[in-house]
Design a protein around this ligand. Structure first.
Ligand SMILES: Cc1cc2nc3c(=O)[nH]c(=O)nc-3n(C[C@H](O)[C@H](O)[C@H](O)COP(=O)(O)OP(=O)(O)OC[C@H]3O[C@@H](n4cnc5c(N)ncnc54)[C@H](O)[C@@H]3O)c2cc1C
Length: 379
């Protein structure tokens, strides 16, 4: 067993850390308060090669693995989760295209994501179809060599800024097997009938765009079908197995941020004439955070290593995603507690960490859904 990173992996990690530390801290509070983002940061990150490390070189990627992408994710989220998400979600869906897309789709739609020319997203959730993705009712009806799409989707990352989206549509409603009724279709957002409304008031990751979107007789060519018609649910499960790795790395990054802030604050802040760090109650929290982060990291590294070595273990991915998200929420809570009243103010980074962490237990499958996957494999 080898837990050591190669020189190339360490270089990627260092470059990501330096980029994040150099670019994020001055802007993080502004983006969080205003629910805004500066796309020039995303373009810079593309130029430096931080997007699509796991994508084949043939489509403009680095031809590396999910671990290398995870190292970048962890470093970005360890500095600011909102900016990390705004930058790295710009290629959310390239995982699906890289596995199920045609050669033409990969060339046309993946490469621009890596050069800073296009942003994408993936639209699955609907107002009445969240955890129960198969309940999705957005329809795509075949008409000659086109599909016509109608319906709406909720909580779509990059909905107002994406150039195109993978959309999970009902294409075969009469199939007796409800797992074979949906398909993924690639929809360019400049097609007539597409509308997006930004959702305001998110608790965290406020630099990231989230929208409610709708399709009203949106025509797309049938060549925009990704994968096989009726196979969308299976493709979605494979997609989640990959994107949950990203979320796991996000959790480790956020947890590290909580620990760093706690160590620095409790060494400086004095009560009863001594630094908070000298109290055993503080020391136990610090020890617990560090140990939980190591445990989450080890689960993650094993899960991602297996994926990069062609041995997907979807139960382990579900365990890693759930655990890392929970550790992030726990670490954020402990960090907030150690900051006392000051942490409650948004001038302190810990408040943002506390708000940002929660999303990890919700998107890409809630923690209950992850536990259901794990239990199913065992029972
Ligand atoms: C900021 C943000 C960004 C997002 N980005 C995207 C995106 O880009 N694309 C996209 O498609 N979606 C996106 N989502 C949607 C996200 O994936 C869903 O919110 C999530 O899957 C949960 O669905 P829901 O909100 O409808 O909750 P529900 O499914 O209604 O769940 C509510 C609660 O009930 C529990 N529950 C539901 N079913 C079960 C069950 N069978 N057993 C036990 N408990 C259960 C859940 O775990 C949860 O605790 C995003 C959401 C947010 C908030």
């Amino acid at each position: 067993m080898d837990f050591l990173l190669s020189k190339e992996q360490k270089d990627i990690q260092k470059a990501a850390r330096e980029f994040a530390l150099g670019e994020f801290p001055d802007r993080a509070q502004e983006f969080d308060r205003n629910e805004s983002f500066d796309l020039s940061l995303w373009k810079k990150a593309c130029k430096l090669g931080f997007i699509g490390l796991f994508i084949d070189e043939a489509y403009g990627g680095a031809g590396l693995g999910f671990l290398e992408q995870g190292l970048v994710t962890e470093e970005f989220f360890a500095v600011d989760a909102g900016i990390g998400q705004a930058i790295l979600s710009s290629a959310f869906g390239s995982e699906l295209l890289s596995v199920f897309g045609t050669e033409e789709q990969k060339k046309r739609y993946i490469s621009p994501l890596l050069t800073g020319e296009a942003i994408m997203g993936t639209a699955i959730t609907e107002s009445d179809a969240g955890s129960d993705v198969i309940a999705a009712t957005t329809t795509a009806v075949r008409d000659g060599d086109e599909y016509i799409i109608n319906g709406s989707k909720m909580f779509i990352t990059n909905g107002t800024i994406a150039n195109y989206l993978n959309v999970f549509c009902l294409t075969n409603p009469d199939n007796p097997d409800r797992h074979q009724r949906h398909s993924f279709l690639l929809v360019e957002t400049d097609r007539p009938g597409y509308e997006a409304n930004k959702l305001h008031g998110k608790m965290g990751i406020r630099a990231s765009d989230t929208a409610e979107i709708s399709f009203s007789d949106v025509h797309i060519p049938s060549s925009n079908l990704v994968g096989e018609e009726g196979n969308g649910f299976k493709e979605l499960m494979e997609f989640f197995n990959l994107t949950r790795l990203h979320v796991t790395a996000q959790g480790i990054g956020i947890s590290r941020a909580a620990l760093t802030e706690s160590i620095s604050y409790t060494k400086k802040r004095k009560q009863f004439g001594v630094p908070l760090a000298s109290f055993q109650a503080t020391q136990f929290k610090i020890a617990e955070m560090a140990t939980r982060i190591k445990a989450a990291s080890n689960l993650y590294y094993k899960a991602v290593w297996l994926v990069d070595n062609g041995q997907m273990d979807h139960t382990l991915v579900a365990m890693a995603k759930w655990f890392s998200a929970e550790v992030a929420v726990q670490c954020a809570d402990m960090a907030m507690q150690m900051h006392g009243g000051y942490g409650y103010l948004d001038e302190y980074k810990v408040q943002r960490i506390y708000r940002d962490a929660k999303i990890l237990e919700i998107y890409e499958g809630t923690k209950e859904i992850e536990k259901t996957i794990i239990a199913r494999a065992l029972l």
